[in-house]
Design a protein around this ligand. Structure first.
Ligand code: FEO
Length: 391
């Protein structure tokens, strides 16, 4: 996509990655993504805010050529992760006068990960400003959204917040501006779930700090630009709040039908009692969908068969992820089946130590569910129903 002017002397010079389908060799990107880089021309100085993934650096360079940028004074680096920092070396090579502007923590990472020379880097502190003459950049430290060095950049005259990963969405879209809030809501929620959710408490504090700024536009590093910042700010306030919803998430694997039947019985009973249930067959599901469901849910029920002596490896993988994402769940339980023994229940409960949950009665059965097993599942459903009355 060609360069786009956001406002006078402020340009989007990023790259849309239509084909990327996996991030960190882990996170599915069903809608592709973008790496947003922004160019700001002051009366005297010019600054580039973040770069792009190194696989797409040629497109960024073409964009700078299109704008006939012959001199670049500053390269503001909000975050050291390579999808934004990966083109720094080529930019510094082509613009030998340019200085990287970042914080001390990020500086160390750039030196470690990208071998950037220390004398090319200027460091700033939280709240510092940098004048381009007529355009002033203010740096706002926002650690842990998503790495410890992350900062945001605020353009004071135009009241634009360049928010880096925060408020982003993995979405390839030819419209630079959010044109359909219901569409971006889902993409942004998926992104929050996969990337930001572990830092929920930090984000709550950053959202409070941002209330001090008048923000007219939010321009993140992935996805579209928000012309109505309150839309994404209020979504983030909801997702990061301590409030949970009357929802149960059931990630499961079933090898011979026993666990599937258990999930079916539990799901039916919960739905009958007004609870929203999202079962995820992990043999088929996209883990991003599971992560999204965990943003609001009050309860997770993990449902596994027994493989050799323990939990099914796909359950182990999903539970590891759920534990790492630290959703605001309040309750958890485990259901499942075994053939001749094992410690599937112990395996799973040992893996959810990050979750601040009350464990509800597990239902572990031998073989296919029988009458007494159905009763146990109904008892578990009733326990969940009672707990959810007081959310
Ligand atoms: Fe989009 Fe944390 O990098």
């Amino acid at each position: 996509m060609a360069v786009k002017e956001i406002k006078k002397d402020i340009y989007w010079v990023g790259v849309i990655d239509w084909d990327r389908r996996l991030f960190d060799e882990l996170i599915p990107l069903p809608e592709g993504t973008s790496y947003n880089s922004y160019l700001i021309k002051g009366k005297e100085k010019t600054a580039l805010i973040d770069t792009v993934d190194p696989t797409k650096e040629d497109v960024l360079l073409d964009n700078l050529d299109d704008l006939e940028i012959e001199q670049l004074d500053y390269l503001v680096v909000n975050h050291a992760e390579q999808d934004h920092s990966g083109a720094i070396p080529i930019i510094l090579e082509l613009y030998p006068e340019a200085k990287v502007v970042t914080n001390e923590k990020c500086k160390k990472m750039l030196i470690e990960h990208l071998l950037i020379k220390e004398d090319r880097i200027l460091t700033v502190n939280d709240g510092d400003t940098l004048s381009l003459e007529g355009k002033t950049l203010q740096f706002i430290f926002a650690p842990w959204v998503h790495w410890p060095e992350t900062m945001l950049t605020y353009l004071t005259e135009d009241k634009i917040l360049f928010s880096c990963d925060l408020f982003g969405a993995h979405l390839a879209d030819s419209n630079l501006w959010v044109d359909d809030e219901s569409k971006i809501y889902l993409s942004a929620k998926r992104y929050y779930a996969e990337i930001m959710m572990p830092f929920r408490n930090n984000i709550q504090k950053h959202l409070e700090k941002l209330r001090e700024l008048e923000i007219k536009i939010i321009a993140p590093s992935h996805g579209q630009i928000y012309p109505r910042p309150e839309f994404i700010l209020s979504a983030y306030r909801e997702w990061t709040s301590d409030q949970v919803k009357n929802e149960v998430v059931i990630p499961y694997i079933s090898m011979h039908g026993s666990v599937k039947e258990m999930v079916y019985i539990l799901t039916e009973e919960l739905i009958k009692n007004g609870i929203t249930v999202q079962p995820f067959n992990l043999a088929q599901t996209d883990i991003g969908e599971l992560a999204m469901a965990l943003v609001d849910a009050a309860t997770i029920v993990i449902a596994s068969p027994t493989v050799l002596t323990g939990a099914h490896p796909q359950i182990v993988s999903a539970v590891y992820l759920a534990n790492a994402l630290r959703p605001k769940l309040r309750y958890a339980s485990v259901i499942g089946s075994y053939g001749w023994g094992g410690k599937m229940l112990q395996d799973i409960t040992a893996m959810i130590n990050n979750l601040k949950v009350e464990i509800l009665s597990p239902v572990i059965i031998k073989g296919y569910p029988k009458e007494e097993d159905y009763d146990s599942l109904i008892r578990l459903a009733n326990e969940i129903i009672e707990k959810h009355k007081n959310l």
